[in-house]
Design a protein around this ligand. Structure first.
Ligand SMILES: Cc1cc2nc3c(=O)[nH]c(=O)nc-3n(C[C@H](O)[C@H](O)[C@H](O)COP(=O)(O)O)c2cc1C
Length: 228
């Protein structure tokens, strides 16, 4: 069984020749989550590369599928406060260059090879009553998470970035004042670690992914009491 049968079973397999998760993240891939409990393959095999293959672009259909996944994320009051501006290195090169320039130098060094950068922005006040939407950031995070998992199922990778200038990104993408830049993320096909200029980044590309143990962040009945 292919890793992503569970998430792609709605479509006939013969119509979709794109690489699936297992093509980029075989079970022994160093970045596969060393999960203590059974989880979905798209969660296990999602990871955030810095190396992107500069020769493989995304089609508009790929982008539509990614944002369709984001579309179905839940949000407070179903406000869907997220907005995305896509900057493609080939289709919207000026926007891509401007968004790339809004990143800090460390992020620019690797993100330049990604075929697509995306600015996620949030509407900070509710549309219906103009009250402060304290959950807008939370909601946008869920939308990006959905998109990231959809990307994994499609054999694509994402890496999110807080290392950018919100003002520069807003100017690059002409974001209206009622929206705030939340994150920039790169999306594309994972590339070769050797393509990265930084030795530290090359090493990180194959280093095991670390996480807290469940007992360190899940409590039962009251704070600090481990789930038994
Ligand atoms: C909100 C957010 C901001 C991040 N900012 C950066 C960043 O500026 N630069 C970077 O290289 N990675 C950034 N990352 C990627 C994280 O470092 C990465 O997700 C984390 O180390 C876990 O690795 P994994 O996604 O491969 O599991 C960011 C991730 C998130 C969710």
């Amino acid at each position: 069984m292919r890793h992503c049968d569970a998430v792609t079973s709605g479509k006939p397999k013969t119509q979709d020749s794109r690489p699936k998760t297992q093509d980029v993240s075989p079970p022994d891939h160093p970045k596969a989550a060393r999960a203590d409990h059974e989880i979905l393959d798209v969660i296990r095999f999602r990871w955030s590369p810095r190396a992107f293959d500069p020769t493989r672009d995304l089609g508009v259909d790929d982008l539509r599928r990614l944002f369709e996944a984001a579309r179905w994320a839940p949000s407070s009051r179903n406000e869907q406060p997220w907005r995305f501006v896509v900057a493609s290195r080939t289709r919207s090169s000026a926007s891509f260059a401007a968004l790339l320039a809004s990143l800090n130098p460390t992020n620019q060094a690797w993100a330049a090879a990604a075929p697509v950068l995306v600015l996620a922005a949030v509407r900070l006040r509710h549309e219906r009553d103009d009250l402060d939407n304290a959950h807008a950031w939370y909601d946008a995070g869920q939308a990006v998470a959905y998109l990231s998992l959809q990307a994994t199922a499609m054999g694509l990778s994402t890496r999110q970035m807080q290392g950018f200038s919100p003002d520069a990104a807003a100017a690059a993408c002409q974001v209206p004042a009622e929206f705030a830049p939340a994150v920039v993320f790169a999306v594309g096909y994972a590339g070769e670690p050797s393509s990265l200029a930084s030795e530290k980044h090359r090493v990180a590309e194959t280093a095991p992914r670390e996480r807290r143990a469940i007992g360190d962040f899940v409590y039962e009945a009251s704070w600090g009491r481990a789930l038994s």
